[in-house]
Ligand binder design. Structure first.
Ligand code: HEC
Length: 715
């Protein structure tokens, strides 16, 4: 009864905000025009039942409206649409509530995350969206708070701190809400934290339960019998000091009938298993899918995708629940394409492995043994003595970008990536507390080429992205579309045989779901990584997507083929939409660098220090995607670019409020000057290249491309 009232109100677009209840979330198909929870339903299929936009008319899609979020950092949110309002999140955990028909801003909320907390975010200051329950909207903030906001006006109802603020935890994932429990995890394993997922009371923010994913201090009692079991799979005593990892930073799903909550668990801290757990062991529940009771957090079953993970092969990737006919029987399955390169189909009642096959090249394991459920590692997996180049890279065969499952085609659409990376073992690992990487890798084994064109030529060849349509029953590829760049958007599918995906080169594209034939595309002016959603109001169907280039690989690299030409925006399309995006401003002019400074040795030393401590934010080899300042442009804003100013920023933390913390705990004054010398030298080199004749530039580009191809051929 209440439900039909809800529908009526939504259709007449009255400014009334009925409560979102359990019955709405378990029956999302009764309100096909809304998008009530992260993956549209608890099964997280990202399949919209809407059919107004069809194969025949999709070519008439046009921009209905856009909303500028005001930053150039990554946008990863999957918006919700409830009762005519679209709720999205931007960088720094901002929340925006806009009229879903005309884009008018109704309210916004800025949780005032201290910018210096950004140093703890491995993968950009992103947020993947909010959850709805009752009359509230729920947000996890980058600095670890869970905030309940009044859905009508954005006022804070309650706030709970979910983390120990002395450790580098971050929240980037969207909460899920099951029967009044707000479930939230966190991230931070690269720096050293202990992973867990917690449930808070939706009404008052009190902690209902917490499930740790890895054991803690062996001197203290186990928090659960699951931890007692997990502790037997760890050795040594370093892991718990660093934290052990196993963060639950993104995916969850919920089976209503089985009453099971599924969580995806992340990588180890440190990454390297030879350092983390020197006596071996599986290190439960790293890289696992774990089933829990949503009301108590009680452990039910687990499946570990990468026992003793050593490669950052998280199992936090999107999980989809479906019912598939396999070998003549209807199976209730859970599907995941984690970073490790295998596509898993599990029985979601028991956790039993049904099948696992490589969906991208993977060199660390030959196959998954169906009788034991375990991967069979190759020689390539052992990097304890010498460095190994391994596929996939730490970015994974697939990362957080959501997949989609179309019930009619039976296909899963994966934003897939090919890549490789060197893995090695640090000779003398020392744990660095605070926002420093603690990977347990040997920096000196990973030497980047000095020439930036060469870096780009190598990256272009080793990191590739495509949209992959995968048949989960036969475990085979159905079709693929190659993309210009590795890092692309999440996926939406609709009941009208359509698939939508944004791309890193700045397009939103529609394909036929059964064949992959491209039907429509539009320019978005900046690379898209977020997943599109669809909703319908007053008989008009919309496609909405957050367009904002960002994320870990875009901080570290200027990914070839990518676009970062505009502020991040929420873009909304409909049939016959006639709005236009503003023309983007001209590229900035390059300032004259200060005089060259320091000896050749200092410049060389500076390059290594830069790539160790700075490259992950300002770009490897000084080539980022423009999310953070290009340090070769230092002084462009009128500030002095002298060694003294540089040291004030890098050692004294003069720009702390802007997110640039002091590195005095890892860099000496001489080190810092060496980094300065390297940056200034690189700024001159770039200028000289600009001034060189176009002919010589062509010749150099050609030569570097060839050299890049040779390097990739040898590794
Ligand atoms: C965790 C990310 C991160 C890391 C790592 C990092 N920085 Fe920064 N840096 C920032 C941010 C954020 C800003 C300020 C951006 C802005 O202007 O709003 C910044 C600004 C700067 C600036 C001022 C640039 C300008 O144009 O005004 C300098 C200089 C700088 N960083 C040097 C370094 C050096 C040297 C290192 C390595 C020792 C380093 N940074 C490592 C995030 C980082």
């Amino acid at each position: 009864m209440r439900f039909s009232v809800f529908l009526l109100l939504a259709v007449s677009s009255l400014a009334t905000y009925p409560s979102v209840e359990h019955e709405h979330l378990v029956n999302v198909d009764s309100t096909p025009g809304s998008w009530l929870t992260h993956g549209r339903s608890y099964r997280e299929e990202r399949q919209s039942p809407l059919t107004q936009i069809t194969l025949d008319n999709v070519g008439e899609l046009g921009l209905a409206w856009y909303f500028d979020t005001g930053t150039r950092r990554g946008l990863e949110a999957s918006p919700l649409v409830i009762d005519g309002v679209i709720y999205s999140t931007g960088s720094w955990s901002h929340v925006f509530a806009n009229d879903a028909v005309n884009g008018e801003l109704i309210w916004q909320y800025d949780p005032q995350v201290p910018k210096a907390w950004g140093v703890n975010a491995c993968c950009d200051v992103v947020n993947r969206g909010v959850a709805a329950w009752g009359d509230n909207i729920y947000l996890g903030t980058l600095d670890g708070r869970l905030v309940a906001l009044d859905r009508q006006n954005g006022h804070v109802v309650w706030t709970s701190l979910t983390i120990d603020p002395t450790r580098p935890y971050t929240i980037t994932g969207a909460p899920r809400i099951i029967k009044g429990n707000v479930i939230i995890g966190n991230g931070g394993a690269e720096y050293g934290v202990r992973g867990y997922v917690s449930a808070y009371d939706a009404h008052d923010g009190s902690l209902r339960w917490r499930f740790y994913t890895v054991p803690g201090n062996p001197e203290e009692p186990f928090e659960s019998t699951a931890m007692e079991m997990a502790a037997e799979t760890w050795s040594g005593d370093l892991w718990w000091k660093v934290g052990g990892g196993g963060t639950v930073w993104d995916s969850m799903a919920y089976d209503v009938e089985l009453d099971l909550l599924y969580i995806g668990v992340g990588n180890g801290a440190p990454w390297n298993r030879h350092i983390r757990s020197p006596g071996g062991g599986d290190n439960l529940f790293l890289s696992s899918i774990v089933a829990l009771r949503p009301e108590t957090g009680e452990y039910v079953w687990h499946y570990q995708t990468t026992p003793g993970d050593s490669w950052d092969y998280t199992a936090t990737q999107h999980m989809i629940l479906a019912d598939l006919m396999i070998d003549g029987a209807l199976r209730k399955v859970l599907m995941q394409a984690p970073k490790n390169g295998f596509f898993y189909v599990l029985d979601r009642a028991s956790g039993e492995l049904i099948s696992a096959e490589k969906y991208v090249p993977a060199s660390w394991a030959s196959h998954v043994d169906l009788s034991t459920g375990r991967p069979v590692e190759t020689e390539n997996a052992d990097h304890s003595i010498e460095a190994k180049t391994t596929k996939p890279a730490p970015f994974g065969g697939h990362n957080w970008q959501p997949m989609a499952f179309n019930e009619t085609t039976g296909l899963v659409y994966i934003p897939a990536m090919d890549g490789l990376a060197p893995y090695s073992t640090a000779r003398n690992f020392t744990y660095l507390p605070g926002g420093h990487w603690n990977l347990g890798q040997s920096e000196s084994d990973v030497v980047l080429p000095g020439n930036r064109h060469l870096i780009n030529a190598v990256i272009k060849r080793i990191f590739k992205g495509h949209l992959l349509a995968w048949d989960p029953v036969t475990q085979k590829e159905a079709w693929r579309v190659e993309h210009e760049t590795m890092w692309n958007g999440g996926v939406l599918t609709t009941a009208a045989n359509l698939v939508f995906q944004g791309t890193g080169d700045g397009r939103l594209v529609a394909y036929r779901a059964d064949s992959g034939e491209q039907l429509w595309e539009t320019r978005t002016l900046t690379g898209v990584i977020a997943p599109p959603i669809s909703y319908q109001i007053n008989d008009e169907q919309y496609i909405a997507v957050m367009a904002g280039w960002g994320g870990a690989p875009t901080l570290a690299f200027n990914l070839p083929g990518s676009t970062n030409g505009a502020n991040g925006r929420l873009l909304v399309y409909k049939l016959g939409g006639e709005a236009n995006l503003p023309v983007t401003p001209e590229a900035r002019t390059i300032p004259t660098p200060p005089p060259r400074h320091g000896s050749e040795e200092s410049i060389d030393a500076g390059q290594v220090l830069y790539n160790t401590h700075c490259g992950r934010c300002h770009g490897a080899g000084l080539e980022g995607s423009g999310l953070l300042p290009d340090l070769r442009d230092m002084g462009h804003d009128g500030t002095a670019n002298t060694p003294e100013v540089f040291k004030a920023i890098v050692l004294q933390g003069a720009y702390r409020e802007m997110g640039m913390v002091s590195f005095a705990d890892v860099l000496s004054e001489t080190d810092t000057e060496a980094v300065y010398d390297y940056i200034v030298d690189a700024a001159h080199t770039r200028l000289e290249e600009r001034e060189a004749s176009p002919f010589w530039r062509e010749v150099e580009a050609w030569f570097m491309d060839l050299a890049g191809a040779l390097i990739v051929w040898f590794i």
